[in-house]
Design a protein around this ligand. Structure first.
Ligand code: AVI
Length: 320
């Protein structure tokens, strides 16, 4: 029962979101739909690309500061991870943390989540692993535990918060704060503003994996919503919007053309762009302010020597 609901909702909203996005001006498609099986496979490849520093640098920050980070999580904590995927980063923490009351991986993809939970149970037989299938862009409830935690730490690595607009990030952090509750904390990975010589290649890799990842969204629409997009008619484009402090991914129409989705027709002018993703890059001060508006105080943070990425530790300040 629990599993059917979010996936069903996702299906309904995929169609609705695509139709709404293609009807808007400028046209857009929501990036949360990148991650079907092929999209997830391509994203895993992106994380291995030499140009895509994000995953590598965050892992390095975790490795270099593990003892300190584990200490900051505190004793008898429950760790809830949003968008847990295969929980690779969390394994580093779980390997070192011996007083956790439980680990709650939260993910929309039930199949992936349950497989990960089974693998984690084998690796940590004494730690309660309590997976929750949920869309973390909505309110999430924690499962009951046999041992009461002293605190809840919400963990959101990977800088996926960058894929939200500032208003969405604030709303997300508020929900995370409510989940963490009094005395709790939110630990979040954020990607920092940096030189364009580093930023642009990360989203325009030489092997064209990011382009394939972007175009896969049209492939998914064709497969799941009866679309007839000609994939050769669109090209991947990633640019940095200096004023907004974000990478923008677009699919640009190579020519004037029409496409059909779920029985509706959409016209694309030559060079017209469909926005598929924002990836916000923060300054420490900018993120501190976003967190503060959500009732969270940035008590500390860990960074790599280049200051390309940041793992921020946010304490709950506002009452829940
Ligand atoms: C998931 N997210 C943090 C990635 C990012 O960097 O914004 C998604 C991505 N898009 C293109 N490459 C990676």
């Amino acid at each position: 029962m629990r599993s059917a609901t979010p996936e069903l909702m996702l299906e309904t909203s995929f169609r609705d979101c695509v139709l709404a996005g293609l009807s808007a001006s400028p046209k857009s498609l929501p990036c949360k739909f990148f991650y079907d099986a092929e999209g997830s496979r391509l994203f895993d490849l992106i994380c291995e690309l030499p140009e895509y520093y994000v995953t590598r640098v965050e892992l390095q920050i975790l490795r270099d500061n593990l003892a300190d980070i584990v200490k900051a999580f505190g004793n008898n904590a429950l760790v809830a991870e949003f968008g847990s995927g295969s929980s690779i980063k969390t394994r580093l923490l779980l390997d070192r943390h011996d007083s956790l009351v439980g680990y709650v991986p939260i993910d929309i993809s039930e199949k992936h989540l349950l497989a990960t939970a089974a693998a984690l149970r084998k690796r940590y037989p004494r730690l309660p692993i309590l997976p929750v299938v949920a869309d973390y862009t909505a309110e999430v409830k924690l499962p009951e535990l046999s041992r009461e935690p002293e605190r809840v730490v919400v963990f959101f690595p990977g800088s996926s918060i960058g894929n939200f607009t500032h208003a969405e990030s604030e709303a997300f952090l508020e929900r995370a704060r409510r989940l963490a509750g009094e005395n709790g904390a939110v630990v979040v990975g954020i990607d920092m503003q940096k030189d364009l010589s580093v930023l642009l290649p990360a989203y325009n890799d030489a092997a064209g994996v990011t382009a394939a990842f972007n175009l896969n969204l049209l492939k998914r629409i064709n497969a799941e919503l009866g679309g007839d997009f000609d994939l050769t008619g669109f090209e991947h484009r990633a640019v940095y919007n200096e004023r907004e402090g974000r990478i923008e991914m677009h699919l640009n129409s190579r020519r004037a053309q029409r496409a059909h989705v779920a029985g509706r027709e959409f016209a694309f002018a030559k060079a017209e762009s469909v926005i598929t993703e924002y990836s916000y890059k923060y300054t420490l001060e900018g993120f501190r302010q976003t967190a503060a508006r959500a009732g969270l105080r940035m008590d500390r943070y860990w960074q790599d020597p280049n200051k390309w990425f940041c793992l921020a530790y946010l304490s709950v300040t506002a009452s829940c």
